[in-house]
Design a protein around this ligand. Structure first.
Ligand code: GCB
Length: 596
């Protein structure tokens, strides 16, 4: 009993104030804290002992400190550290970031310091005092700093550490670069004393014209009037908060045009109180499952997808800006996609919003990627926090069609319990999306002569993703045109990964895997596309992967050199032969599934 309560206490201290709650930071009054920050590279983790967060300078003749933020290295924020200096290319450890912060307090104004993404652990200090800790590299976190700020100059310090550990998510090894640093925008968001903390505005899943509204103020105060206006639809909702500071309501919008791939209609939505006005663009659409079909706005749709990492291969670094988002989304669009699987973690908001503007549905997932400690209760709490932060950030984005809780996990009671908890957490916040996960469990059953899969956990999901590398990690057990699948037949199945490696420009035999040639890769694609015709419940495919990406997993000295070469497009942006096959396949699928 004692032990249990102690664990709970530790979890509460650790995660209790971790959750980013504020919705739509980019629609608010904010100041970017981007730019060059002073840094201290702390390879041996001595900064805590030296209290570098106090940012002291010597006073008197006998005083000295063996550190200083001033006059040393500087790093760009946002930006991973690995791409900013050759010495930091493979760095895994601690870097201290520091910067001055000027402040003039205004009556009735609160200041929320908001980090869009820091990989992986962060400790935040303001004027020498620790004000926040956070774990997780791909979701935002915030801290109300109003009471810590003084007028004039303040000093902000963030200790960032990207050391891999067995209890991290992702854990010890993963097939992408472990970029460290303050990789996304840092903002100071200015809000009134009692502000609109959170809202969830979406189409009622059972209707084509009822918009459901949930609003939560930062303080549990009754009787605050909140208004939601959609000018183009001539709709206004007005409500009063209850004693918890919450409002529930709905709008009926007869002439609503639903967001779709063909017409990604977004409406200006204004959420306001007498003290605050937030302007936002929101789309409205339905997504549901019927048998083995995925219906978008009631129409059976084939998911023509592709995956990419949050990486600009040409720059050898993490994507972090609107320009980066445009580059990635445009390359995906050229392939003819109507969906993107954001691999393998929530990517920055620029990417999500750019996809939405382009009518691209998104599969968003947390980095529960192989090797996770499913028996560890702290790990589960971390995963829940990540899922919550992801859903809180993006629940108003109609582009999000799928929340995925895991990639390539193996059945076990501990795994099942862990993932079930995640589904419960997710659905507790948002029950309007399809819940899913990707598995690599499909095998060829010699006796039946069929591809099958065993994993009872899939019963809990709306859609099942399958990663299967036939022609690469697995040999074909039979001619692709005779390769029939009987896999979770009562649900929609998306092939969430398939593919093989090729070096752009490398010619070789289309029959030899080890040729690492474009010719072999194209043949592998042709074979897989042939097999896909024999998957009765196939609702979409997502080749792995759009771009070659960097990965310390990949040792081959001439063909890989630290790159996963499964890209349809090379790291320099050149399209490989398989790209053209995929584009033609998607053109064909688009015509087969044309929206009436
Ligand atoms: C997978 C993983 C993905 C890897 C890929 C590969 O199954 O989900 O993260 O990058 O295989 O290339 O092996």
């Amino acid at each position: 009993m004692k032990r249990i309560s102690l664990t709970i206490l530790i979890l509460l201290i650790y995660f209790g104030n971790s959750l980013a709650a504020i919705t739509n930071v980019y629609g608010r009054d904010y100041q970017l804290l981007n730019g060059l920050w002073d840094v201290i590279v702390d390879q041996y983790d001595q900064g805590q002992r030296m209290k570098v967060y106090e940012n002291k300078s010597p006073e008197g003749l006998t005083d000295f400190y063996e550190y200083s933020f001033k006059g040393g290295e500087r790093l760009h924020v946002p930006g991973d550290w690995n791409s900013q200096s050759p010495e930091l290319k493979r760095y895994e450890g601690t870097i201290w970031y520091g910067r001055p912060l000027n402040h003039v307090s205004k009556p009735g104004e609160r200041n929320i310091l908001y980090f869009n993404g820091v990989n992986y652990r962060s400790n935040v200090y303001l004027n020498g005092e620790k004000i926040k800790e956070h774990e997780g590299g791909f979701t935002p976190f915030e801290v109300d700093v109003t009471d810590y700020l003084k007028n004039g100059e303040n000093f902000l310090v963030v200790e960032v550490n990207n050391t891999r550990t067995p209890q991290s998510i992702p854990a010890m090894a993963f097939d992408w670069w472990n970029y460290g640093g303050i990789t996304r925008d840092v903002m100071m968001v200015k809000v009134p004393e009692n502000y609109i903390e959170d809202y969830f505005i979406r189409l009622n899943p059972q209707s084509t014209d009822i918009i459901d509204i949930d609003i939560k103020m930062s303080q549990p105060q009754e009787g605050i009037e909140v208004k939601v206006t959609i000018p183009e639809l001539n709709q206004v909702f007005q409500g009063m908060t209850d004693e918890n500071g919450k409002i529930k309501g709905e709008l009926k919008a007869k002439k609503l045009q639903r967001w779709s791939h063909e017409n990604p209609k977004l409406y200006e939505v204004i959420v306001e109180t007498s003290d605050e006005r937030i302007v936002e663009e929101i789309g409205f659409r339905n997504i549901e499952v019927k048998g083995s079909q995925i219906l978008v706005n009631g129409e059976d749709q084939f998911m023509r997808s592709v995956s990419f990492h949050e990486e600009i291969p040409q720059r050898l670094g993490r994507a972090f800006s609107q320009n980066d988002a445009v580059m990635l989304i445009n390359e995906a669009k050229d392939l003819g996609v109507n969906m993107v699987r954001l691999a393998h973690y929530p990517q920055n908001e620029y990417i999500v919003r750019e996809a939405e503007r382009n009518g691209i549905l998104l599969w968003e997932e947390i980095p529960v990627w192989q090797g996770i400690e499913f028996t560890d209760s702290m790990t589960l709490e971390k995963a829940k926090v990540m899922l919550t932060e992801m859903i809180n950030r993006d629940k108003n984005r109609c582009a999000i069609g799928f929340w995925s809780v895991a990639n390539e996990t193996k059945p076990s009671p501990a795994r099942n319990a862990f993932l079930k908890e995640l589904l419960k957490t997710g659905k507790g916040i948002d029950s309007t999306r399809l819940y899913t996960a990707a598995f690599d469990l499909v095998e060829f059953d010699e006796d039946k002569g069929l591809f099958t899969m065993e994993d009872d956990f899939t019963e809990n999901l709306d859609v099942v993703g399958v990663n299967k590398y036939l022609g690469w990690y697995h040999q074909w057990p039979l001619d692709p045109k005779n390769a029939v699948w009987e896999v979770i037949t009562d649900k929609p199945l998306i092939i969430t990964e398939f593919g093989g490696e090729a070096l752009y420009g490398q010619a070789g035999s289309r029959d030899v895997v080890s040729s690492w040639s474009e010719d072999y890769q194209a043949r592998l694609y042709a074979d897989n596309l042939t097999m896909f015709e024999n998957i009765p419940n196939l609702a979409g495919v997502s080749p792995w992967v759009l771009y070659d990406f960097r990965s310390p997993y990949r040792f081959h000295p001439t063909n890989q050199e630290g790159w996963n070469r499964k890209g349809l497009v090379s790291d320099k942006g050149q399209r490989k032969k398989a790209w053209y096959l995929m584009r033609d396949y998607y053109e064909k699928k688009k015509n087969e599934y044309r929206v009436k």
